[in-house]
Design a protein around this ligand. Structure first.
Ligand SMILES: [Zn+2]
Ligand SMILES: [Zn+2]
Length: 245
């Protein structure tokens, strides 16, 4: 089963040291394959010793709204670095960001107990700057998925179904299916992402689709199924209109 995804919600540029494309290359490739919007979500500064600098995120506002006709959404993938769910940019530094993912990466947070990881995600959900939890199905960081999914729903936040999680993170597929089933049960919205670290990986959603298919997931709960639905979600969360300015 194919799902009609129009917006990439998670993509990295060369501002992340271990990613290899520019903003322009991402948008040019997105235009070529019919993806209508790209969220540029480079890693927060603590993953790679201060790269990118916080100025990278603050200055995203200088970028044009459309590049090669593709809507550019100014974002970040912030690092959860303690079991309270704190992230590595300040409220001032995230004030103008339009789409903020919070994720756990091994260099930034040691695997903890089920309770610690659950508290990490619940803390992140309660941060007003955070829109979405990234790749929560990853095998090294199990949590109380039911509690996390329900709280995301209560707060109107998004759970990510990450194509890389299923493909690259061993043992995560079952967790991701479980997360998708819980989102369906509780009516919690998800986004489908590639987490691309190179532009030709955009549009490669097959593993994420296999997760959704296994959960018999309803299309209407996918927030990036089309550009208008994603636009509406951002408007629901903030005063920013990504179709303007
Ligand atoms: Zn990540
Ligand atoms: Zn990422």
């Amino acid at each position: 089963m194919q799902y009609p995804i129009e917006v990439e919600t998670h993509a990295h540029t060369i501002a992340t040291a271990h990613a290899y494309s520019t903003v322009t290359e991402l948008c040019s490739y997105a235009a070529a394959i019919g993806v209508k919007g790209v969220c540029v979500t480079d890693h927060g500064p603590i993953l790679e010793n201060g790269v990118p600098h916080p100025f990278h995120f603050v200055n995203l506002k200088i970028l044009p709204r459309r590049i090669h006709g593709v809507l550019l959404i100014r974002g970040a993938e912030l690092n959860l670095y303690d079991y309270e769910g704190n992230v590595d940019l300040t409220p001032e530094q995230t004030a103008d960001l339009e789409w903020v993912i919070a994720s756990i990466h091994t260099p930034c947070l040691k695997p903890g107990t089920l309770l610690e990881i659950t508290q990490t995600y619940l803390g992140a959900l309660h941060n007003p700057a955070v829109d979405c939890l990234g790749h929560i199905g990853q095998a090294r960081y199990p949590c109380d998925y039911e509690a996390v999914v329900q709280e995301a729903g209560r707060l109107g936040k998004i759970i990510e179904i990450n194509n890389n999680s299923a493909r690259m993170r061993k043992g995560s597929w079952e967790n991701c299916v479980n997360v998708a089933k819980l989102c369906k049960r509780y009516g919690v919205r998800v986004c489908v992402s590639t987490d691309a670290h190179y532009h030709t990986l955009l549009g490669e959603w097959e593993s994420a689709f296999s997760i959704l298919k296994e959960a018999d997931f309803p299309e209407e709960l996918i927030v990036n199924r089309n550009i208008n639905a994603f636009h509406d979600y951002i408007l629901e969360r903030k005063t920013i209109d990504i179709f303007e300015g």
